[in-house]
Design a protein around this ligand. Structure first.
Ligand code: SF4
Ligand code: F3S
Length: 106
């Protein structure tokens, strides 16, 4: 499961579309190691296996597919592109079969 304390244990190394990218050891990410994307709505790309329930169920369409060719779990991931629209309903957290998502309402 995603580490709910990732803001302490990971290092932010950049951003994509204003969505933060976090690396577990602060090192540059690779095709095989994608880190966590997002802060309010955080998706651990190294756990996500492209189930898609989060995209289907989010009532405000926070997520968009992004390509991650070469990643061992899946070659697309749920990117929290519109995390600022999140209404903290927690549906995505509940439906993800591999607990790849952390939503922090604070
Ligand atoms: Fe969407 Fe609800 Fe998840 Fe926020 S908590 S990203 S609104 S499903
Ligand atoms: Fe990935 Fe879980 Fe969504 S596996 S696509 S974060 S439901």
């Amino acid at each position: 499961a995603i580490d709910p304390e990732f803001e302490q244990s990971y290092e932010q190394i950049g951003e994509n579309d204003d969505v933060a990218i976090w690396s577990p050891d602060g090192e540059e990410l690779t095709e095989e190691k994608q880190g966590i994307h997002g802060t309010h709505v955080a998706v651990d790309f190294d756990i996500c296996l492209a189930d898609g329930a989060c995209l289907e169920d989010c009532p405000v369409d926070v997520f968009e597919w992004v390509d991650t060719p070469g990643h061992p779990e899946s070659e697309i991931k749920a990117h929290p592109t519109h995390e600022e629209q999140c209404i903290d309903c927690m549906l995505c957290v509940d439906v993800c079969p591999v607990d790849a998502i952390d939503v922090d309402p604070s």
